[in-house]
Each structure stands twice: as C-alpha cells, then as structure tokens.
Design a protein around this ligand. Structure first.
Ligand code: TRP
Length: 330
C-alpha cells in the first residue's frame, strides 16, 4: 500500500525562493518515490479569503500552477488539480461543519490573531472577519479527509490546522462510525529558516522575498538589494550572512566551502553578490524556461489541472458516497 500524501498551495502571491527550497523542492522529490502517492492542489478557494480581485486570483493561480510544473511536477505521477474543480470538497465541507464545535474555530491561530489585534485597537472583536476566514480550517479538513491523506507536508504555521483536521475527523468517526483516516503533518522546518533580503524569514508579508521566476534582470536587482554590513573589501566577512545562506542552496558542498573560505578571506560584498547571482541564475534558468513556456500555453495548464481533477474526483466521489451513507443521506 502506498502512503498518500496531500498538500494544498494557496495562490496568494508569486512563488519565491523560500517557497521553492522550503516546500516545492522536497514535495516534488517525494512524489518521485515509489512508496508515495501524491495529491497536490491549488487551494484557490482558500485564497479567496485574502485576494482582492479576480485578476489576482487568475494571475496567482496560474503562477503557482506553472511554478510547480516548471519545478518538475510530473502530472502522470502526481494528482495535480484545482480545488475549485472538485465540488465534492465543498459538500464535505458542509457536512464537517456540523461536527465542528464553534469553540474549536475560536481557538484557530489566524482568527485569534485578528481578534487580539482588534481588541488592542479598541475595535469590535470580529471587525474585518468574514465567515470564509472563520471557517477556513474546516475547508482545509475537507481537503485532507476527503482523500484519506495520511501525510500532509506543510510549513510550521499550518501545524494547528492539521490538528484541527484530526479533531474534526475524530468527532465524525465517533458520531457516525469509523470513516476518516487521521492525518499527520509533515512539518517542513526549512520554511521557517530561509532568510530574505533583510535577513528576516523570507515571506510575502515582509516584502523581502526573492521571486523564483522573473527575468534575469529582476533577479540580479533583487540580489543586489540584499542587506549587508559595512565591512570593506579585504575585511573578513561573517559567514552567517544572508548571501552565504542563499549561496549554499544552489551549489555543491565543496563549492559552498570554497565560497565560505573566500568570504572569510575578505571577498568584497559586491563580488559575493555577483557570484550569488551567477549560481542562482544557473540553477533557475532551465526551470525558468519551462515556467515561461507554461505561462504562454495556459490551455495546456488547464488541461493538466482538469485531468488531475478528474482523477481526484473518482476518489472523492467514492468517499462522499460512504460519508452520505453514514449520515443517512441518499
Ligand atoms: N492553508 C494552507 C496554507 O495556507 C493551504 C492549504 C489548503 C492546505 N488546504 C490544504 C495545505 C490542505 C495542506 C492540506 O498554506
């Protein structure tokens, strides 16, 4: 029996290096292993809670889809789909809402953070909260439970959502009989540690990310914006710097060691940035070409995603049939 792995990617921005090294790369490697059966999807209806326009939805959804394909996702091996193309998810979402205590949602971190902010600002506690945001964890539980997913690779920030999915599965199983598999998070620590331009964690919310797929020119400009200290050429550099941390990701161990030695020997920041650009660009180039190919052939992307949704729905329908029977719906 293969282990089922599932993860959703929310299209709320352009993919950056942190996304690639923290999540995409390892998820794709996992999908190439024989003992795993992977379901990776674009969580577009989750993004709806934050996106501001239909243009953003369209742009980011394709950006994420093209990114995964460019990074080597093989649609023959991975069931790759848009969440919105699998209506069974939303039917299950409603069913699960009825075994989910409201108190459980009150304790969800994302919601609690907004309530706390409102209280500090002297606003009404639910100011700016819509029901999509409030119910977000239930939809995520539906994504996971519908496919009997055992492993769910996510960043640290999503850990609580997996625990909530387990709680919901347990409530349903206790009330109606054993039905759902209890999922485990596969927490990817890296997501938390990749540094951005300013040395803080690379994140869209800090505006310090280096976009994965842009033109060479923009990549070069981003790298030039990396904050360094004022040490002059010839002065030894701290190897704990952002440039060194990023450099390592793109090269072999030996190359990384050589770079470190030269930093310690006083390599100038300007030179170090040039070298970082060279290795990053070399690494990204072949993927970037594929990315732009898919961007220019969106109907191919649509076909791949629809095909994936069809495969996903075969399984989703069976599961939903079982659930409907258990709750006594024809
Ligand atoms: N909430 C996840 C995030 O923000 C995205 C997501 C939606 C997800 N559904 C999922 C992740 C199911 C794992 C499994 O990153």
């Amino acid at each position: 029996m293969k282990k089922r792995v599932l993860t959703g990617i929310k299209p709320t921005g352009y993919a950056h290096l942190g996304n690639y090294f923290g999540a995409i790369k390892s998820a794709i490697e996992l999908s190439k292993k024989e003992d795993y059966e992977c379901f990776y999807f674009i969580a577009d209806y989750h993004a709806l809670t934050t996106l501001k326009s239909k243009e953003e939805m369209d742009e980011y959804s394709y950006n994420i889809a093209c990114t995964w394909l460019a990074c080597g996702l093989d649609p023959e091996k991975v069931v790759f789909y848009r969440q919105s193309d699998v209506p069974e998810v939303f039917e299950l979402n409603w069913i699960l809402s009825n075994v989910t205590a409201k108190g459980l949602m009150n304790r969800a971190h994302a919601y609690k953070a907004i309530v706390e902010r409102n209280e500090n600002d002297g606003e009404e506690k639910d100011n700016g909260v819509n029901m999509g945001l409030y119910n977000y964890p239930i939809l995520m539980a539906a994504d996971i439970l519908l496919f009997e997913s055992k492993l769910v690779p996510v960043g640290m920030d999503q850990k609580q959502h997996i625990e909530i999915a387990r709680d919901i599965a347990n409530c349903f199983n206790n009330k109606y009989g054993n039905c759902f598999v209890l999922p485990d998070g596969l927490i990817q620590e890296d997501v938390c540690t990749l540094v951005g331009l300013d040395g803080r964690k690379m994140s869209k919310s800090y505006g310090n990310q280096i976009q994965l797929f842009t033109t060479e020119d923009v990549l070069k400009k981003s790298i030039n914006k990396i904050v360094t200290d004022s040490r002059l050429p010839g002065e030894p550099k701290d190897v704990d710097c952002t440039i060194n941390k990023l450099y390592k990701l793109f090269v072999s161990k030996e190359q990384a060691k050589d770079f470190e030695t030269r930093l310690k020997a006083g390599l100038a920041w300007g030179e170090a940035k040039k070298e970082l650009f060279a290795v990053a660009n070399e690494y990204i180039k072949p993927m970037r070409e594929k990315f732009y190919y898919y961007q220019a052939h969106k109907n191919e992307v649509d076909d791949i995603l629809l095909n994936g949704a069809e495969k996903a729905r075969v399984i989703a329908k069976q599961m939903l049939k079982k659930v409907r029977k258990l709750i006594g719906v024809k």
